[in-house]
Design a protein around this ligand. Structure first.
Ligand code: NAD
Length: 339
């Protein structure tokens, strides 16, 4: 897809929607990002046909139905998603359901804008799939829009992005191109995130972090994820845990488990993190950033772990190290207690 990157990139929104031939554009956001959606609306001028400010985590089908009705009533031919993975996820659902062209303006580091992966939640079950139709046609990365991203979200969202790169490095369908993007993405984020915990408004660090998120998102979109993403998907779905926080907690534990079986990935991460033991470096980074470090902190009860283990073992997925029941129990125990 087409990418516009840089401070002020939002200013080219009208040009980008015109380039796609869009005439009637619906702007999507969460309730908390209404002011930004209004800015996007002003930039679109008469091309804007409304704002749907009801995007929510995990893309509930009821939200999709309400947004689809708003798009139908406004005769929208495209949508602009301004926000994080939840808002981009809603735009993807509209692409799937109503064939709307999507322009994404990401404001977190989740990376959904770079992937053909969609997700929908109905009756507490999240269904996901891949379809090229949901890929945004254009992505505007404007670091200025992330200057006010709260530090806790910056940290967990950044670690969420790094997890995409870590798993792309040992994916069965990886490539030298993906590996190069993954290594650089981890390097960018590992350098930028500690700066941002001290100076959240640092424009250079914001640009570096957003570039890292772009690279890591592209890795997610190009490869098949392994144990880490499987675990986070099950934890999120079964226990309704927050997405980015769950990734932030699990990443060092899964890296410690998998990297001994993935020497090339381990070497790339050692370079990117400038450390002999990349899993330990990820744990130290998470500590330094003040990220949540245990499942217990996220409210998981010890007795929930066996259900998570059973769900993870129920369906096969790609992973560099085979996972048996006892090893998975031990991994979950470590992530729960912080050992
Ligand atoms: P999010 O989109 O839910 O945003 C978290 C909160 O931060 C929201 O309240 C939002 O309004 C606020 N926010 C966002 N940007 C802000 C900013 N710049 N300043 C202030 N507040 C801001 O969270 P997320 O972590 O970006 O996305 C998580 C969702 O994305 C999950 O549902 C996950 O499954 C999905 N996801 C999908 C893919 C994919 O490829 N399909 C990839 C990654 C994540």
């Amino acid at each position: 897809m087409r990418v516009v990157f840089g401070p002020g990139a939002l200013g080219s929104l009208r040009e980008e929607t015109d380039r796609l031939g869009l005439r009637r554009v619906l702007v999507l956001c969460t309730p908390g990002q209404r002011a930004l959606a209004d800015r996007a609306t002003a930039l679109l001028g008469e091309r804007a046909v409304g704002v749907f400010a009801g995007a929510r985590m995990h893309v509930p089908v009821a939200t999709v139905a309400a947004a689809a009705e708003a798009a139908r009533a406004a005769e929208a031919d495209g949508c602009v998603a301004v926000g994080g993975g939840s808002t981009v996820g809603l735009a993807k659902a509209l692409a799937l359901r109503r064939g709307l062209a999507v322009v994404a303006v990401p404001t977190t580091y989740a990376g959904s804008e770079m992937t053909p992966i969609w997700g929908l939640t109905e009756n507490a079950r999240k269904q996901t799939g891949r379809d090229r139709a949901v890929l945004p046609r254009a992505v505007l990365y404007d670091p200025d829009l992330t200057l006010g991203l709260p530090v806790p979200v910056t940290v967990t969202s950044g670690l969420n992005a790094m997890a995409h790169a870590v798993e792309a490095l040992y994916a069965p369908d990886g490539s030298p191109v993906v590996a190069a993007m993954a290594e650089q993405g981890v390097r960018d984020l590992a350098a930028a995130l500690p700066v941002l915990t001290d100076r959240p408004g640092d424009p250079d660090a914001r640009a570096a972090a957003l570039q890292g998120a772009w690279l890591c998102g592209a890795c997610l979109g190009s490869t098949t994820m392994g144990l880490h993403h499987k675990l986070c998907h099950v934890l999120g779905g079964l226990l309704d845990l927050p997405h980015a926080e769950t990734h932030a907690v699990m990443l060092p534990y899964v890296a410690a488990f998998n990297l001994p079986s993935a020497p090339d990935a381990r070497a790339a991460l050692a370079r990117a993190l400038d450390a002999d033991d990349p899993a330990q470096a990820l744990a130290r980074l998470a500590d330094r950033l003040g990220a949540p470090r245990t499942l217990r902190e996220l409210g998981v009860r010890h007795e929930d772990l066996s259900r998570v283990r059973d769900d993870v073992l129920a369906a096969p997925y790609a992973n560099p190290r085979p996972v048996d029941r006892a090893e998975l129990d031990a991994l979950l125990e470590r992530a729960w207690s912080g050992t």
